[in-house]
Design a protein around this ligand. Structure first.
Ligand code: CA
Ligand code: CA
Length: 714
């Protein structure tokens, strides 16, 4: 094939100074998008026909073959002379369907407007093709309006021009703004990675965890702090009947900042066969506050509900104060159960001679590891034979790692989908005291420093100077001007956003900041990048949004490895303002068909409540700071629990019960919640909730005066 028509035209074009001068598309305004309203991708196999889009674009080999067939159908109708001159134009015009900017070329950014039949052409190119080959348009386009203009060059080329001249063919090919970093995660000038969100669930009251069963059903289960867990089907609809309801025994309150409550859930790795689920929650027993780790079994006649009578208490630990209750449960690849406890509470880990965390005979301030397999007979759990301190008579054998303050959210890396690199690494966010929040990689037997150290700095100078401390420093720590309570996340190992592979994504509960770390393979250093919401058109794809509520409670991974986070506008265990968001990189998607899942069937015995997204894309880049709100403090107390006094106790207890009743009947109904002492009616969505939204540009509240509901800030 001779030199493609566009290249000839392009050569001429670039000689004209005017052609390159008006690069109006500023940073962030480029918007790669395919004709199916989705981001472009890297084709898994080379494209033999539309070669120029073989590295990145909107076609896979199948679509390329279809375009090739169209090419032969069109060109076979041309006389040999015409063919010689015009075939390259036909190919160029057809192949623009594979351009990463196909949606712009064909006016298809908006699904409600009709698609062009021919890509938008720059004037010079149009004149060129009109003069030599206008006959081809009859075969290329079924549009009678275009045919009618065939004899009038000016009208013809006006008809084929684009409103946004930056995107016309072939000029967009040399537009630097449109081509620089194409296919890579978009970042602003400060290196903030611009990602987008899809709303997945809403109306949740402090959603603390979202987990899957690893049983092929692709269901997900969302736990609310009050002690209710809901089953969601892969299409995001929710079952009316809760998966688990232990709200009557779970100890929590409506106070923003109450760290007690239902805190964690994990399915047994062989759940499909064992039917076992493990939960972690606050409870009061004989006027003593405890954390409890229990085992439940799935109901024999409903796969979407546990058998509520099957609870077996695996472990209970007394909690000396209401804050720092830990709450993460995980199973490792070794099949053992990992339990992440807090240091017990108060400030500065004051318990005992040198605190709980450095005391290996205490279960608080630790990562514990136990074996709950084959526990139907004999002890409820066993000590894994290779636990690090089993030979130390002064240490509890359950201890796996110590020096932990309050690890709020940990995760195992699944590893690279192909190379498995990184697999099994255990990442945790450990909430700091007054100055630093940190991210750690947990290893067996290691000391994570608290209370000797906070972040990289000494906290207890005497302990810190002790040569036997031998602690592991965080992989990353940030000061309190960036946030005051870390929420650990996940290393992205999903399929749909291939650019994010290997990125550890986490957040801060107080500032609402989303953050990321990526390991430099060569230097082993962790590269930090903030994550912000895509600006301009970056998130302008059907179903995507670019804003979220501030209080980032937890992150999650679905069965396929896609990444989510949960946040709320009002961090109270009774406020239904929690939303689950899926994180998406719109700069590049996986090739079509690659991420298709085949979910195993789910037998449903409950009413299904379909999902209705409420959050909206905000088109203007406005800076909306969260409204200053009256804040309530968590009850401060010494053991035993001082419950809120007399009349209010009955009030909130009744409220919770009422809420639970309301929830099971009409989950989307307005719910009453107590805020600042008065009852305020809350209605989801609408103007008011928009005000609670914010963009990351300048959104960080200057005064983080609210108390974290899960993790402490003294
Ligand atoms: Ca505590
Ligand atoms: Ca530490």
């Amino acid at each position: 094939m001779a030199l493609a028509g566009w290249r000839t035209a392009l050569a001429r074009l670039v000689l004209l100074p005017l052609a390159l001068a008006p690069l109006r598309a500023g940073p962030g305004s480029a918007h790669p998008q395919c004709l199916d309203f989705k981001p472009p991708f890297r084709p898994p196999r080379p494209l033999p026909f539309c070669e120029q889009y073989t590295a990145f674009g909107c076609c896979d080999a199948e679509q390329d073959a279809a375009l090739s067939r169209r090419y032969w159908a069109v060109t076979s109708r041309l006389e040999p002379d015409t063919f010689a001159v015009c075939a390259a134009y036909v190919r160029d015009l057809l192949c623009q369907e594979c351009s990463p900017y196909a949606a712009h070329l064909f006016d298809a950014e908006d699904p409600s407007t009709p698609l062009r039949t021919v890509p938008g052409l720059c004037k010079d190119y149009c004149i060129d093709v009109w003069q030599k080959c206008r006959i081809i348009f009859r075969h290329l386009s079924p549009d009678p309006e275009l045919w009618a203009l065939e004899t009038n060059r000016a009208k013809f080329c006006r008809y084929l021009s684009l409103d946004d001249a930056d995107y016309c063919f072939p000029r967009l090919l040399v537009n630097e703004n449109l081509n620089v970093n194409l296919g890579q995660v978009r970042a602003d000038t400060e290196g903030c990675l611009e990602l987008c969100l899809v709303e997945v669930a809403n109306g949740l009251r402090n959603p603390v965890a979202m987990v899957h069963a690893n049983d092929g059903t692709h269901r997900f289960f969302v736990a609310e702090q009050v002690g209710l867990i809901w089953t969601y089907l892969p299409n995001h609809s929710r079952l009316e009947k809760p998966f688990l309801n232990i709200s009557e025994v779970v100890l929590t309150s409506p106070w923003e900042g109450d760290e007690r409550g239902f805190l964690g859930i994990v399915f047994h790795p062989q759940f499909k066969h064992t039917g076992k689920v493990y939960v972690y929650y606050s409870v009061e027993v004989d006027y003593e506050e405890r954390i409890r780790i229990s085992e439940f079994k799935i109901s024999p006649d409903d796969m979407n509900t546990v058998d509520h009578r099957s609870e077996r208490i695996i472990l209970e630990i007394e909690e000396p104060a209401s804050n720092h209750n830990g709450g993460q449960l995980l199973f490792g690849d070794d099949g053992y159960l990992y339990i992440f406890t807090g240091d017990g509470g108060m400030a500065g880990d004051p318990f005992g001679k040198f605190g709980n965390s450095q005391n290996k005979s205490a279960l608080l301030g630790k990562v514990l590891r136990i074996d709950v397999n084959h526990n139907d007979r004999g002890p409820l759990y066993r000590i894994p034979p290779d636990n690090p301190f089993i030979d130390d008579p002064s240490a509890r054998p359950e201890v796996y790692a110590y020096g932990v303050r309050n690890m709020w959210r940990c995760s195992f890396d699944r590893g690279d989908p192909i190379t498995k690199q990184g697999q099994g690494r255990l990442f945790c966010g450990d909430v700091g005291q007054n100055k630093f929040e940190e991210v750690d990689i947990i290893e067996k037997g290691k000391n994570y420093g608290w209370r000797a150290r906070e972040g990289f700095e000494c906290y207890d100078k005497k302990l810190c100077a002790n040569s036997s401390l031998d602690d592991v420093l965080p992989i990353y720590a940030y000061p309190h001007k960036m946030g005051k309570s870390v929420t650990g996340g996940y290393v992205y190992r999903g399929c749909q956003s291939p650019n994010l592979n290997g990125l550890y994504i986490f957040g801060d509960f107080m500032s609402g900041r989303l953050m990321s770390l990526r390991e430099n393979e060569a230097t082993r250093q962790w590269q930090y990048n903030e994550i912000c919401m895509g600006r301009g058109q970056t998130c302008m794809f059907p179903g995507m949004i670019n804003n979220y509520y501030q209080y980032i409670i937890s992150f999650a991974e679905d069965e396929a490895g896609e990444l989510y986070f949960m946040s709320t506008g009002v961090p109270s265990a009774t406020s239904p303002r929690g939303v689950i968001y899926k994180m998406v990189d719109t700069s590049r998607r996986a090739p079509p068909g690659k991420c298709q899942i085949k979910a195993a069937p789910v037998k449903v015995k409950s009413r299904i409540i379909s999902f209705e997204p409420r959050e909206k894309f905000i088109s203007k880049t406005v800076t909306v700071r969260p409204k200053p709100r009256t804040t309530t403090k968590a009850p401060r107390r010494s053991s035993p629990t001082i419950r809120p006094t007399s009349s209010s106790t009955a009030d909130w207890a009744e409220q919770i019960l009422q809420l639970l009743k309301n929830r099971s009947v009409t989950p989307t109904a307005p719910i009453l919640t107590q805020q600042g002492g008065s009852l305020v009616e809350e209605v989801g969505g609408g103007k008011e909730s928009q005000l609670q939204h914010f963009h990351l540009i300048g959104m960080v509240p200057s005064d983080c005066s609210t108390i974290n509901p899960q993790v402490g800030t003294e």
